[in-house]
Design a protein around this ligand. Structure first.
Ligand SMILES: Nc1ncnc2c1ncn2[C@@H]1O[C@H](COP(=O)(O)OP(=O)(O)OP(=O)(O)O)[C@@H](O)[C@H]1O
Ligand SMILES: [Mg+2]
Length: 335
């Protein structure tokens, strides 16, 4: 059932559950994919997503995000376990499942032979809309996704951000029960990324259930109601962004740049700084987790200098999902 089986109280809501009362839109039980050659890309995934949620799969390259999305959208055959979307068993009834889902894959799948408008129009026709309805829906979506001016252009003329907007417009055209987005903002410039976040937030307000994958912690933090942090195909933690950040027990992260043996500095700080909960060397800096931030910066400088280290830079932040990931895996999301 749940990955975080807590026997403390059966009735207390668990973070692995969707909000109480929300009908469930996605359920996986023990969902597993072992690729030929033996890579276990997804390892016994148990997930329930409720209607109206934005649910995130956050993990580094190769974590199993695309494979998970693939098994939920009929693209990847699971090795074992089950996946239901909108109550439909995805593998028993792939055609029915496809009617319930909208998919924005990690790569551009727009039809390059068609104009912007016709990419939408023919999608509508494919899903059984009459010519008139498909035309009307196309015009509405072009307007809503700010693509009207580009309607007659070939899709090759679109920027990355515009192409991605068109992919989302196409994916929601047939009003899917759940929209899947695989790394919706990977490779986009910051402005297009923010525009995409706004679009997804608007869809959320309209009640659209969304499952997205990402390796951007800010994206997961900003958009998701709940998320699973995954690595090597396994769920390491599943909760709201706030809950995850609280779970580290760290209320401050201190990043120290210094000259010398950083592993020795990390060990020294961990020993000497009051409230230190973890100290690691990542990306050529020492990351120190602390509870109780009072006076920590001068203390760090003092301890380091007394130990013969020269501190060249120092910063202090609240814990982020990156902190959570580092705490869980001992490595950086970007590594
Ligand atoms: N078709 C395949 N055949 C064999 N192994 C595969 C295949 N597709 C993915 N893998 C492996 O499965 C693991 C998970 O890959 P997946 O693409 O699901 O990860 P991801 O989280 O989407 O990564 P990325 O952030 O790079 O998109 C990786 O080790 C990958 O090399
Ligand atoms: Mg991927």
């Amino acid at each position: 059932m749940s990955t975080t089986a807590s026997d403390a109280s059966e009735h207390a809501p668990r973070p692995s559950d969707p909000p109480p009362g929300a009908p469930e839109v996605i359920r996986t039980v023990g969902l597993t994919k072992v690729y030929p050659g033996g890579v276990t890309a997804v390892d016994r995934l148990d997930l329930v997503v409720g209607r109206g949620e934005i649910f995130g799969l956050l993990g580094p390259n190769g974590a199993g995000k695309t494979t998970t999305a693939g098994m939920l959208t009929t693209r990847v055959v699971p090795t074992s376990g089950s996946a239901h979307v909108g109550g439909v068993d995805v593998w028993a009834h792939p055609a029915r499942a496809k009617e319930l889902i909208g998919v924005v894959p990690q790569t551009n799948t727009l039809d390059r032979a068609l104009t912007v408008r016709d990419n939408l129009y023919f999608h509508g026709r494919f899903f059984g809309m009459s010519r008139a309805v498909a035309r009307r829906e196309t015009d509405d979506l072009l307007e809503r996704f700010k693509l009207t001016e580009r309607a007659a252009m070939p899709v090759l003329a679109l920027s990355g951000g515009m192409a991605q907007r068109l992919m989302v417009a196409r994916a929601v055209m047939h009003r899917p029960s759940v929209l899947f987005l695989d790394e919706p903002t990977a490779g986009l410039d910051p402005q297009s990324r923010i525009a995409m976040w706004e679009i997804l937030a608007d869809l959320h307000v309209d009640g659209q259930t969304i499952l997205l994958t990402t390796h951007y912690m800010e994206e997961a933090d900003q958009l998701c109601d709940r998320l699973a942090i995954i690595d090597h195909g396994r769920v390491l933690a599943l909760d709201t962004p706030e809950g995850l950040k609280r779970s580290t027990g760290i209320d401050t992260s201190v990043v120290v740049s210094a000259e010398g043996d950083l592993a020795a500095l990390a060990a020294l700080l961990d020993r000497e700084i009051d409230g230190s909960t973890s100290a690691r060397v990542l990306d050529g800096t020492v990351h120190l987790g602390v509870t109780g931030a009072e006076g920590v910066l001068p203390a760090v400088v003092q301890v380091a200098e007394r130990g013969g280290f020269r501190v060249t830079d120092l910063s202090i932040t609240e814990p982020t999902l990156e902190t959570v990931f580092i705490d869980l895996t001992g490595k950086d999301l970007r590594e």
